[in-house]
Design a protein around this ligand. Structure first.
Ligand code: ATP
Ligand code: MG
Length: 360
């Protein structure tokens, strides 16, 4: 057993009344962290800087994972720059968590490899584990411990001395808005607060790279937005790879987005680049009176797709001129009440690229 899990560790004053009773959840989390740390000695010296001259924090080279015959991650090639916030956006089963697990050295690739700050995940896993922090998809924090106690446990697992741990914990609790609730048992927290604590726990050993696997899963829109505001505070300071199946999350947070489906990265770019890539299709929505069959026929003869329902006309074509359409409708006798050109969303990008809805 790792010395950091010995009863002495948890019976100290910081765990007060909880004594040596570790919950299965706590043990699970400890095991994840220990797996992460591997055989790394808690007293190991600081990692020397990686010998890389480029500006890449994460580079995958044909990274592949096959479970029996299921290709979960299919030869992906990703280059994520230092300080970048990169979002892997994809539906359930796309391969996002499998990708993160391989990058964190929790899962061995079937093929290919990846470099984290220049360290190879296959050849230098211990170096990799020292410079990364992970907030897993299933938040693994101990419900019966408060923030300080959870952080004390994780800090000891990482071998951070008590003084340093206190300073870092104070800073992070402040940054993530949990100072006021730091002494409350986690079981009394909202989902969003638990997610924020999970992120703090991933950051407490000052990793260079932060992996956030579905950081807002299951939260309502308001709580999700609050978590985004906290994540933004680390933008630029840390390299962040997050996974999500919320398009708005990727849109709001990410410098670049990789659209992942069935183990492949189907498209890659900034939100704007991805939207521009599908701009060969524009849509105009018009609310009008007097949309007679004559008006509809005329418009159908002019534009590629024209749909009409209950006084709403939707025109889709490669090129749309707003004024020209409104003038034409007026000249045909329709009375336009309001109209707008619909901007493409990441949902449209996803649909165009994969042929399916993201929330399937
Ligand atoms: N340990 C495993 N054994 C067998 N198949 C697995 C295992 N882990 C994942 N898979 C399969 O690999 C595929 C990708 O799973 P993964 O968890 O990476 O998807 P995901 O994109 O993270 O999905 P979600 O949005 O639901 O979290 C799925 O088909 C899943 O069933
Ligand atoms: Mg997942």
């Amino acid at each position: 057993m790792c010395p950091c899990l010995s009863p002495g560790l948890v019976s100290g004053s910081s765990f007060g009344q909880y004594g040596t009773k570790l919950e299965p959840h706590t043990i699970k989390y400890a095991i994840i962290i220990i797996t992460l740390l591997g055989e790394m000695r808690l007293t190991s010296p600081k990692v020397e800087p990686a010998k890389v001259s480029d500006d890449l924090a994460i580079q995958t080279l044909n990274l592949t994972k096959i479970f029996n015959s299921l290709v979960a991650v299919d030869s992906i090639e990703l280059n994520i720059k230092k300080g970048e916030l990169f979002a892997l956006l994809g539906p359930n089963g796309a391969g996002k968590t499998t990708t993160i697990n391989m990058l964190c050295c929790l899962l061995k690739p079937t093929g290919g490899t990846a470099k984290i700050m220049g360290y190879d995940i296959l050849k230098q896993p211990f170096k990799v584990k020292e410079i990364i922090g992970v907030s897993p998809q299933e938040t693994a924090i101990s419900e019966r411990l408060n923030c300080w106690e959870n952080l004390s446990l994780i800090g000891k697992i990482h071998g951070i001395n008590a003084k340093e741990l206190k300073i870092r914990s104070q800073q992070l609790l402040e940054t993530m808005g949990l100072t006021e609730r730091a002494k409350d048992q986690v079981r009394k927290f909202s989902g969003g607060m638990k997610r924020r604590l999970s992120i703090i726990m991933a950051l407490v050993h000052s990793p260079e790279i932060l992996f956030l696997d579905e950081p807002t899963l299951g939260l309502d829109p308001q709580a999700r937005r609050a978590v985004w505001e906290y994540i933004v505070r680390f933008k630029g300071e840390k390299t962040i790879l997050l996974t999500t199946h919320y398009m708005e999350e990727a849109d709001f947070l990410a410098d670049r987005i990789g659209i992942m489906d069935e183990g492949k990265i189907d498209a890659l770019g900034t939100s704007t680049e991805l939207k521009i890539s599908i701009l060969e299709k524009h849509t105009m929505i018009i609310y009008a009176w007097n949309l007679t069959q004559k008006v509809i026929n005329e418009m159908r003869g002019r534009y590629k797709e024209v749909e009409v329902t209950d006084g709403t006309m939707i025109i889709t074509d490669k090129k749309l001129d707003f004024k020209e359409i409104v003038d034409r409708l007026h000249s045909l006798g329709a009375i336009v009440r309001s109209a707008y050109i619909k901007e493409p969303t990441l949902e449209d990008v996803f649909l165009t690229i994969t042929g399916k809805e993201l929330r399937e």
